[in-house]
Design a binder for this molecule. Structure first.
Ligand code: DAH
Length: 362
């Protein structure tokens, strides 16, 4: 009897505890993983409050146990379900917030930026010519008159030497002229440096590509800029002919603009080449039929070229009766414009991410 009475009291207390824990379950809250772990410890761990009720239950006689098994299991399930719900809510919140407490989570991807379209085009030009033996040569952007004009056969009164066209560097503050230090107006200046060095080297041939920035005293507009980029090409050896030049440029045009591209050479004039030519490629927009882009001609101009003038070879210490060569020069912006149809030159130097990000996958 005594025992029965004791169990009656214990049963009463178990019922109260189950009811109280049921109420508590509905009010559980967790903001993060640490809160969740604390709840698990408090209720479901070996010494947890729910587990302790099971310990009590185990001391009950068999006939008493029957009525408590189901409500106790339901209580345990209630806690498991509630804590799982809270875990999902915490995970969803962490995924959407900027600060995640899950240190094992894969970090957000870092934006790597993209290559500038002019770098892409310059590298493509270098790649195409390096496949046929051209190597890259470099020269200074701040140059002297001799290397930019004099040794390239420009007459003393040539208009390019005028301050209207060329940026001169002041030797002394406030004294603008006369000075022979200037910002190079074309990468042809690298020719004269490379030729002079080659003349002393004893090498049988010189085959170089000179990419770089050039400067002209122009008002900035959609079609002109005070700085832009060029790539100069030069090949000098014995018996170099105009046919070599033509084939090299045809190869370049097909690699750059596609296998169907045609080229056309028109006679032109440059002080440093004789004969000189300008090269057009067939317009890839209309396939040569004529459209607004090619102004109805079916052709678009892409570069200047010619056979190196003997005067240039001689001024660099090379015997023009033994050696001959060809040269060509192209604007990188011009090629990029043809490839990507960029109508306004200024976009290349404004660093507008909306423009630059378009070249991410190129
Ligand atoms: N230097 C010329 C320019 O800036 C481009 C050029 C034309 C380069 C003919 C050459 C060439 O090497 O042969 O417009």
């Amino acid at each position: 009897m005594h025992l029965d009475f004791e169990y009656a009291i214990m049963s009463e207390s178990l019922k109260d505890k189950i009811d109280a824990l049921r109420q508590q379950a509905l009010a559980l809250q967790a903001n993060n993983a640490a809160d969740l772990e604390a709840l698990r410890q408090k209720y479901l761990s070996k010494k947890g409050e729910v587990s302790q009720l099971f310990d009590l239950f185990r001391t009950f006689p068999k006939e008493e146990k029957a009525q408590w098994g189901a409500p106790l299991n339901q209580l345990k399930q209630l806690y498991e379900t509630r804590i799982n719900e809270l875990r999902e809510a915490v995970t969803a919140h962490c995924a959407s917030s900027t600060v995640s407490l899950d240190l094992t989570r894969t970090p957000d991807p870092v934006s790597m930026g993209s290559r500038h379209p002019l770098s892409l085009v310059r590298e493509q030009i270098i790649d195409i010519f390096s496949r046929i033996g051209f190597t890259v040569a470099d020269g200074p952007e701040v140059e002297d008159d001799q290397h930019v004009f004099g040794m390239l056969n420009f007459a003393p009164e040539h208009p390019a030497r005028d301050m209207q066209d060329t940026f001169f560097v002041e030797k002394e503050e406030g004294v603008q002229k006369p000075t022979d230090i200037l910002l190079r107006t074309h990468t042809s200046s690298v020719q004269t440096r490379a030729l002079t060095a080659w003349a002393k080297s004893g090498e049988p041939s010189l085959r170089i590509l000179c990419p770089g920035r050039v400067f002209r005293n122009e008002a900035i507009s959609a079609r002109a800029h005070c700085f832009f980029h060029q790539v100069e090409g030069l090949y000098v050896a014995k018996d170099v002919s105009f046919a070599d030049l033509r084939q090299t440029l045809l190869y370049f045009a097909k690699e750059m603009f596609g296998a169907d591209t045609q080229i056309r050479l028109r006679p032109s004039y440059f002080p440093f080449t004789e004969p000189s030519a300008e090269m057009d490629i067939s317009c890839d927009l209309c396939g040569g039929k004529g459209c607004a882009f090619c102004k109805g001609t079916g052709w678009v101009e892409i570069l200047g070229c010619g056979m190196v003038d003997p005067n240039v070879l001689e001024s660099c210490g090379i015997d023009s009766k033994v050696y001959s060569g060809y040269a060509f020069g192209m604007g990188v912006e011009r090629i990029a414009n043809l490839k990507y149809r960029v109508k306004d030159l200024r976009l290349f130097s404004e660093n507008d991410l909306r423009f630059l990000q378009q070249f991410e996958s190129c």
